[in-house]
Design a protein around this ligand. Structure first.
Ligand SMILES: C[S@@+](CC[C@H](N)C(=O)[O-])C[C@H]1O[C@@H](n2cnc3c(N)ncnc32)[C@H](O)[C@@H]1O
Length: 272
């Protein structure tokens, strides 16, 4: 079972476990998962390329080389019409656009979870001056596709993809970063934020955007930390949105702004 189906399957178990969710919404998500399983099975039987490779082929066929907007449109169309992709998507993408557009000249952005480069292209196209996106991706195959997509979109000079686990790479980085997008393994958001804090990669005003912290995912520990922890204060708020390409399902992003340089060690790393 591939990662996407696993993510959807995890969503379904969370959905089923949450008693308060209305039954039609639960059935809608179950239907979406079965639809996706059917599409994957048909693609495998038809010996079609994997979804990420198919997405790259679609971009090359449908988008205009060097035109990042057309690349994003093609990826959105592919994910809606052909195979689900775990891109940020256009709905939440517009929230991110507004934040990136406010960044200063030469801004530095850190992304955890590149996948096929959708959000990296989205951010890079709005950076001004010598702005850079550093994007960490554990899966080599995803990183290769992302590199090719960034190249096709004409943003390869603004995006540096680092292949490896976030937990290994974060301690090697030099900051500060003006914006951090967390969009990798949801269970690692909090510990990676602690790593980022411990390495001093944030400064007052740095923004942390955490995707998929809506009702389909269990982000309680992360949200509690950015909203209430007294050691490293943030001003934090939730932006309601929709699950990428399944607009009937709610999802959201937490946007946290670093308020001060921090008054002590993170309560996690090193201190147990
Ligand atoms: C939801 S996708 C990222 C989507 C991407 N931000 C976008 O909008 O186009 C998550 C990606 O994170 C990667 N990933 C998961 N855990 C990771 C980790 N600990 N370190 C680096 N990458 C990770 C997965 O391989 C996957 O490609």
């Amino acid at each position: 079972m591939n990662q996407t189906i696993t993510a959807l399957a995890m969503s379904i178990s969370t959905t089923l476990a949450a008693d308060f969710r209305p039954i039609p919404q639960r059935l809608g998500l179950i239907g979406a998962i079965f639809r996706e399983l059917g599409r994957s099975a048909r693609a495998t039987l038809g010996r079609q390329p994997r979804r990420e490779r198919a997405a790259l082929d679609f971009v090359r066929a449908e988008a205009v080389e060097g035109d990042a907007e057309s690349v994003l449109c093609a990826l959105d169309r592919f994910a809606r019409e052909q195979r689900f992709m775990m891109n940020l998507g256009d709905d939440k993408g517009r929230v991110l656009d507004a934040l990136v557009a406010q960044l200063p000249l030469n801004a530095h952005v850190l992304e955890l979870g590149t996948y096929c480069g959708y959000s990296a292209v989205r951010m890079a196209r709005l950076l001004r001056g010598g702005g850079q996106v550093v994007s960490i991706e554990a899966n080599r195959r995803h990183a290769r596709i992302a590199q090719a997509i960034c190249q096709f979109a004409g943003v390869e000079d603004q995006v540096r993809i680092l292949v490896g686990e976030s937990g290994t790479i974060i301690p090697t980085l030099t900051g500060p970063f003006d914006l951090v997008l967390m969009d990798h393994n949801k269970d690692e958001y909090l510990v990676d934020l602690w790593r980022i804090e411990d390495k001093g990669l944030l400064e007052p005003g740095s923004k942390i955007v955490a995707d998929n912290v809506g009702p389909l995912f269990d982000a309680r520990e992360y949200l509690k930390y950015v909203r209430t922890n007294p050691y490293n204060p943030y001003r934090s708020h939730y932006v309601e949105s929709r699950l990428e390409y399944y607009e009937a399902h709610p999802d959201g992003m937490e946007i946290s702004v670093r308020l001060s340089a921090g008054q002590g060690d993170s309560p996690s790393l090193g201190t147990g």
